[in-house]
Design a protein around this ligand. Structure first.
Ligand code: PMP
Length: 451
């Protein structure tokens, strides 16, 4: 393919704006349901796609739209063991028809679940707090860090997204529009080869040292480093395993906590480990989790060391009405059982390798694919101008996403410029479904090249 000699710096994009419906440019605002949605939720509408989809049902890796068209779900990061998994549905249905109460009563199903969940973590992380959203879990994690360090300085990756509460929006560069990051928040680039020589581990450690010094210079006592263990909104950075180790040592030496945000990579998605941080051989002080935890039943939480939680609880009373309810526990337990019984971690590893091998073949033929990154069923496909790896092409990513949708595959974008396709199918993906994705991707790329 011919090289275009264009060198314009693309605009940075927010994570929620990627592949988002835009009422001003869309042709489909005439749809009555779309009009109702916009009338109901106003400026907070966050619909996907130039022409939003109305979904009516889903099963396994597939979703069915109102017009009967079926879509292969490669966007998936919640119904991770498969849409409407019968064992999760049965567990929730059974529990809600028996008992649903708050955590101020004892209920054995909750402790059965907490024991099973804890068995997936290093032994030091022996206290769990359940909540209803990943944002709420991260909010509590930051408050635990503040109570421990008596500081407020936070380090995040450049395009991090950690949620929607007030203090968490402040540490989510990828969510801020006109507002700037507050003074007590300093960023580090995602661990990648970009712009540096030498090992990723050493470069990331040096960035951490600089960020801690910058907080000190600004007069903010260092409290915590929080990162998504696969740097999803930064564009998916997984390799080499272990690259977090030195940075985490530096964080600890400086008196800060390391918070692993596992909302995206957790629950076996990376194939190589049940938790993303485990691939890096580090033990966090706090781990937060959410999305796939209940396969769609809204639940989230954190795990930490008892001493850290006790320090926070001395300062502040903490209770969540819906956190740790027995129905959530039943959903969570069913998810853990399905991952185990259906060997979904192994499947994530196997299918991830299969997709990666096929994508590398595709990249060898198509010079608009700059890089394939990731682990297990969490991959990033970075798209660039033809033959110009350093020139991200967000327009191409957007066209591919919409081209895939037309061909019955749903997928999202990530990265600073929105030029990385996020490959994130259910962990129950079959090889045949994996092949459908790569075939459709090749078709979509060819169709765009031909126009
Ligand atoms: N952390 C990460 C890494 C996330 O991707 C998200 C959600 N996209 C959150 C936290 C917040 O989770 P929730 O939307 O459940 O509040």
């Amino acid at each position: 393919m011919a090289k275009k000699n264009t060198k314009t710096q693309p605009a940075a994009r927010q994570i929620l704006d990627m592949n988002a419906f835009d009422a001003e440019t869309s042709a489909s605002t005439s749809s009555p349901l779309l009009q109702r949605r916009i009338a109901n939720v106003g400026a907070s509408a966050v619909l996907f796609y130039r022409e939003p989809l109305e979904m009516v049902s889903a099963s396994g890796s597939w979703m069915t739209a109102a017009d009967g068209k079926r879509y292969l779900d490669f966007y998936n990061n919640v119904p991770s063991v498969g849409h409407t998994h019968p064992r999760v549905v049965a567990a929730v249905t059974d529990q809600i028809s028996k008992l649903n109460i708050n955590s101020r009563y004892l209920s054995s199903v909750v402790d059965l679940y907490l024991d099973a969940l804890k068995a997936t973590f290093p032994a030091s992380l022996s206290n769990v707090v359940l909540s209803c959203s990943g944002s709420e879990a991260n909010d509590l994690a930051l408050r635990i860090a503040a109570a421990t360090s008596r500081g407020t300085g936070i380090i995040v990756s450049e395009n991090a997204y950690h949620g929607n509460t007030s203090i968490i929006s402040d540490i989510s560069p990828s969510a801020l529009k006109r507002r700037k990051l507050p003074d007590h928040v300093v960023t580090v680039p995602a661990p990648s080869h970009a712009g540096q020589s030498g090992s990723i581990e050493n470069a990331f450690a040096a960035d951490m040292t600089r960020a801690i010094a910058e907080l000190e210079r600004r007069g903010h006592k260092f409290s915590a480093f929080i990162c998504d263990s696969i740097f999803s909104s930064d564009g998916v950075y997984a390799d080499p395993p272990g690259f977090l180790r030195k940075a985490v040592e530096i964080v600890h030496k400086a008196g800060g906590l390391y918070i692993a945000d596992e909302v995206q990579p957790g629950f076996a998605r990376t194939g190589e480990a049940f938790w993303g941080f485990a691939r890096h051989g580090v033990v966090p002080d706090v781990v937060t989790m959410g999305k796939p935890m209940g396969n769609g039943f809204p639940m989230a939480g954190l795990t930490t060391r008892p001493d850290l939680l006790a320090r926070f609880c001395e300062d502040t009373g903490y209770f969540s009405t819906f956190g740790a309810n027995p129905v959530a526990a039943a959903a969570g337990m069913a998810v853990l059982n399905v991952i185990h019984d259906e060997q979904l971690q192994d499947n994530a590893l196997r299918q991830g390798k299969h997709i990666t091998a096929r994508l590398l073949d595709l990249a060898a033929k198509d010079d608009r694919i700059a890089e394939i990154r990731g682990a297990g069923l969490f991959l990033g496909i970075e798209l660039c101008r033809p033959g110009q790896k350093e020139q991200p092409d967000a327009e191409l990513a957007s066209s591919v996403i919409n081209g895939l949708k037309d061909r019955g595959v749903l997928i999202g974008a990530a990265g600073r410029f929105g030029n990385t396709l996020k490959v994130r199918p259910p962990l129950s993906l079959t090889e045949q479904e994996a092949d459908i994705f790569v075939d459709r991707l090749e078709e979509a790329l060819s169709a765009i090249a031909a126009t």
